[in-house]
Design a protein around this ligand. Structure first.
Ligand SMILES: [Zn+2]
Length: 160
């Protein structure tokens, strides 16, 4: 912790007025602490580096829904025997596919927004959840929670 003043070589002490700066009693000069003053600003940076809890919940629900759909839709197409039923299941899959693709993209952007703490990604995820909802309104209950959480999470991430 002992730092020398570059001007006179006197030992620097912590500035009592601002703990991010070191003070030379000899020259009465302030020097910025090396390493960005970790002791002073650690509380602030800790708050920023933590995951946004709403985006985290949204991401988890999104993943669970995708897993569920994967199991459900692969099972629905594979299990039917008759040709007519297969066509029916095929049509249902085609109808639901854009919704699922949109949800996959939404979860990806949701994750990017979560792990990188970027508002833009969080908002993109929220919009994609909304699009997924519009594309297949019958399944609105599976994406509406993620959508709302993403919009709130986006609003909570501070502008940089
Ligand atoms: Zn000095």
């Amino acid at each position: 912790m002992a730092r020398k003043c570059p001007h006179c070589g006197n030992e620097l002490i912590e500035n009592p007025a601002n703990e991010n700066y070191l003070l030379c009693m000899n020259c009465n000069k302030n020097y910025k602490k090396p390493g960005g003053g970790n002791s002073g600003s650690s509380k602030k940076s800790k708050k920023n580096s933590g995951f946004n809890i709403l985006l985290l919940i949204s991401f988890i629900i999104g993943c669970l829904y995708l897993l569920y759909s994967l199991v459900y839709w692969s099972g629905a197409v594979g299990s039917v025997s008759g040709v007519g039923e297969q066509i029916g299941a095929g049509i249902a899959t085609v109808l639901v596919m854009p919704h699922l693709i949109c949800t996959v993209l939404a979860v990806i952007f949701n994750a990017l927004g979560l792990f990188m703490n970027k508002r833009g990604f969080a908002l993109t995820g929220a919009i994609l959840y909304s699009v997924a909802l519009v594309l297949f309104p019958m399944y609105f209950m599976f994406v509406i929670i993620e959508m709302i959480l993403s919009y709130i999470g986006f609003a909570q991430i501070p502008k940089k």
